[in-house]
Design a protein around this ligand. Structure first.
Ligand SMILES: Cc1cc2nc3c(=O)[nH]c(=O)nc-3n(C[C@H](O)[C@H](O)[C@H](O)COP(=O)(O)O)c2cc1C
Length: 132
């Protein structure tokens, strides 16, 4: 990170404006949940809709479990649940399902957003994977 970039990020409105442009225009799906144990969705970008078929406005307040189904590997989800418990990071692939029920390979990362030591939200970066 350059000093100029850091100044922009830490400026009154600069960091927020930059973050908004990045999240709204990312080719990858971006999903944000609150920090509650269930992880309720508080934000999804347009690429989330392209990937899953779910309109962001319909899934606010739900959890990303809506993407899971019979083919979703429970071991991968247990690894993610472990990361959520310990405040760590996750990266993995699993079968998920679009709104219309079509299965696809989800390849995604989940990371905690921290202010000091407190986790205030979780963010996921998601895309279609080619192989499990
Ligand atoms: C930010 C975030 C993104 C998530 N994205 C996905 C996802 O894309 N696909 C998926 O199968 N689970 C995803 N999950 C996992 C589920 O929401 C849930 O946390 C997981 O299934 C563990 O909870 P459970 O043990 O109650 O199933 C995500 C969780 C978080 C916090």
């Amino acid at each position: 990170m350059s000093a100029t970039f850091e100044k922009l990020m830490n400026g009154a409105d600069g960091g927020l404006a930059l973050l908004q442009v990045l999240a709204e225009n990312s080719f990858d799906s971006v999903l944000v949940t609150d920090a509650s144990p269930k992880g309720k969705i508080i934000y999804a970008n347009k690429s989330f809709k392209s990937l899953t078929g779910h309109d962001p406005s319909e899934i606010i307040g739900k959890t990303p479990r809506i993407l899971q189904g019979p083919g979703t590997d429970a071991k991968v989800i247990a690894r993610l649940a472990g990361a959520l418990k310990s405040g760590g990071k996750f990266e993995g692939k699993a079968i998920n399902y679009k709104k219309d029920g079509t299965p696809f390979i989800m390849y995604w990362r989940v990371l905690p957003i921290k202010v000091g030591r407190k986790i205030i939200a979780w963010v996921a970066i998601q895309r279609q994977g080619s192989t499990i």
